[in-house]
Design a protein around this ligand. Structure first.
Ligand SMILES: Cc1cc2nc3c(=O)[nH]c(=O)nc-3n(C[C@H](O)[C@H](O)[C@H](O)COP(=O)(O)OP(=O)(O)OC[C@H]3O[C@@H](n4cnc5c(N)ncnc54)[C@H](O)[C@@H]3O)c2cc1C
Length: 506
């Protein structure tokens, strides 16, 4: 008889855990409270354009080894495109906007990006040199550096104001979705070292070429079917019951009871508390795990009647709009798009509706750490963002904005505050057959798809260990490039804050 496990939560953490156990011939049931898998990495059907739109553009980096391991395993690896050039648009202070291309040069890591860094013309030469010095110093900082806000660290290093505003903030706020005073040095270091310095391709940006739902709902569900994972959607777990020091059963919202040998709870920290048995909840509460802080991300979805740029994406430096992603869309102004509208809407946007079958040009603007925007009227936000785009690309002034939408995810990611690591729980709980997964558990990674997949793999390792089979599920991190190791003397300085540092794994 194969051993059985129930995984609660169909986000990336739950999917990774279920896939790892299914591969090892476990009998797995996956319970998800919504109609689809993918959790926070999801899409929705926009009722006006009849197109699938991601709740927010999700990007991975070349250093996301576990995430790509998962994608390869479930057959998603052909559905991403790699961006080997990043396009930085100069800040508003420049008399005319210009683009700085950021790419690898044929030099060994960590020198491969130095020419691009020195080519960021919107920084003075002194500021660019200060950035390079800052990067070097950060790489030499040991991974277990004392907890401190990154803004303090930058001040101690004497980083100039513009270097902070136009480089550190641009890179780290979009990577961690927090302000620099709410990012710990450890996490800033992790992004810079793992992402930019450790190896030549770790910084490359990898973008899904299909909607997130197609990846994590359709395709993963099909893989699960082939592997015998029973996926139950709209199955909300109401309670996890303990008896005699073990989990005895789960209760669904409708009253149904389910049993298995092991249980993995892969829901976000704010949803875990009410489900857990009293003792485990108290333990996590004491540690502060159930009251982590979150940061919001806003995405502004815009459909224009014509192309506004030929770039595939752009990093807007020193503006409210941080990233712009251009996505091909099948929506047309006179096609299915026009048919769904009221006469008053069509009168308002008459010209676009009459333009029979003209394709719409879709772009998505991302504002990470969007705390200030949460209360803004959506129209005002759209107006400001469109104005910023028009400042960069004059075509926007002639283009008609045919449709727009704002989505604010209030609890998009957990805040990587100083001290957050001690509050993140290990995957094994105090009960031998209850395990935790989720980007908020101890992985050493920030709240990302990579962090979520790592947590799922670690939870699967925890299950296997509890079942008497010590097995590694997490793929090993590739070693840093030889020159990076030499330049930073001690390769431990380049090592990520990964699970080996998690002392509490039982
Ligand atoms: C706007 C936004 C932008 C982001 N951008 C990026 C990015 O560019 N790159 C990146 O790497 N990461 C990004 N992230 C972060 C990334 O999406 C998350 O870190 C990751 O998806 C978290 O996965 P998870 O499985 O831990 O949690 P979740 O995705 O939250 O999954 C938890 C699941 O549990 C289910 N659930 C909850 N309660 C119950 C219950 N009682 N019973 C059954 N099921 C339940 C939920 O419905 C959900 O599906 C972004 C997140 C957001 C919101």
């Amino acid at each position: 008889m194969p051993e059985s496990a129930i995984v609660v939560g169909g986000g990336l953490a739950g999917l990774a855990a279920a896939s790892a156990l299914a591969e090892r011939s476990w009998h797995v049931t996956l319970l998800e409270s919504r109609r689809r898998l993918g959790g926070r990495a999801s899409s929705f059907r926009d009722s006006r354009t009849h197109t699938m739109v991601d709740n927010c553009q999700h990007v991975a980096m070349g250093c996301c080894t576990s995430f790509f391991d998962f994608c390869r395993k479930v057959g998603l690896d052909q559905t991403f495109r790699r961006q080997r050039t990043l396009y930085f648009v100069s800040p508003p202070s420049a008399s005319r906007p210009y683009v700085c291309r950021f790419r690898s040069f044929p030099l060994p890591a960590p020198l491969h990006l130095v020419p691009s860094l020195l080519g960021l013309r919107f920084l003075s030469i002194a500021d660019r040199c200060a950035v390079v010095r800052g990067l070097q110093r950060l790489a030499r900082t040991p991974p277990d550096v004392p907890e401190q806000p990154f803004s303090e660290w930058l001040a101690q290093c004497g980083q100039p104001r513009k270097a902070i505003e136009f480089f550190w903030k641009v890179v780290l706020v979009s990577a961690l979705s927090e302000s620099l005073d709410r990012i710990s040095v450890r996490y800033a270091r992790q992004v810079i070292v793992q992402g930019f310095l450790a190896s030549r391709r770790s910084w490359e940006m990898i973008i899904p070429s299909v909607p997130l739902d197609e990846l994590y709902d359709d395709r993963v569900r099909a893989w699960f079917r082939r592997r015998g994972v029973m996926t139950r959607l709209m199955a909300r777990v109401h309670r996890i019951r303990e008896r005699a020091g073990r989990i005895e059963r789960l209760e669904l919202a409708g009253g149904e009871r389910l049993q298995a040998d092991h249980y993995i709870l892969a829901v976000p920290y704010w949803a875990a508390g009410p489900l857990l048995p009293e003792g485990t909840r108290r333990e996590l509460d004491r540690r502060g795990s159930l009251s982590l802080q979150s940061a919001p991300i806003a995405s502004i979805h815009l459909w224009f009647d014509r192309p506004i740029t030929r770039l595939p994406h752009a990093v807007l430096v020193g503006r409210l709009s941080q990233w712009v992603f251009i996505r091909p869309t099948e929506a047309t102004a006179g096609g299915p798009f026009a048919s769904g509208h009221s006469p008053s809407w069509r009168r308002l946007h008459g010209e676009a509706s009459r333009a029979a079958k003209s394709p719409l040009f879709y772009c998505q603007v991302i504002v990470s750490q969007a705390r200030e925007l949460v209360r803004w009227p959506k129209n005002e936000l759209i107006r400001l963002v469109v104005q910023e785009l028009a400042d960069v690309w004059p075509t926007v002034q002639q283009a008609q904005l045919v449709h727009s939408r704002v989505i604010v995810e209030h609890r998009a990611v957990f805040s990587p505050l100083p001290g957050v690591d001690v509050r993140r729980p290990p995957q094994q709980t105090g009960l031998p057959n209850l395990h935790l997964a989720g980007d908020w558990t101890q992985t050493g990674w920030p709240s990302t798809m990579e962090g979520a997949v790592r947590s799922g793999y670690l939870a699967a390792e925890s299950v296997l260990r509890a079942a008497g089979r010590t097995e590694r599920v997490l793929p090993p991190d590739p070693p840093p490039a030889w020159l990076s190791q030499m330049m930073f003397a001690d390769s431990a300085a380049l090592r990520p804050l990964g699970p080996p540092l998690v002392s509490e794994q039982r």
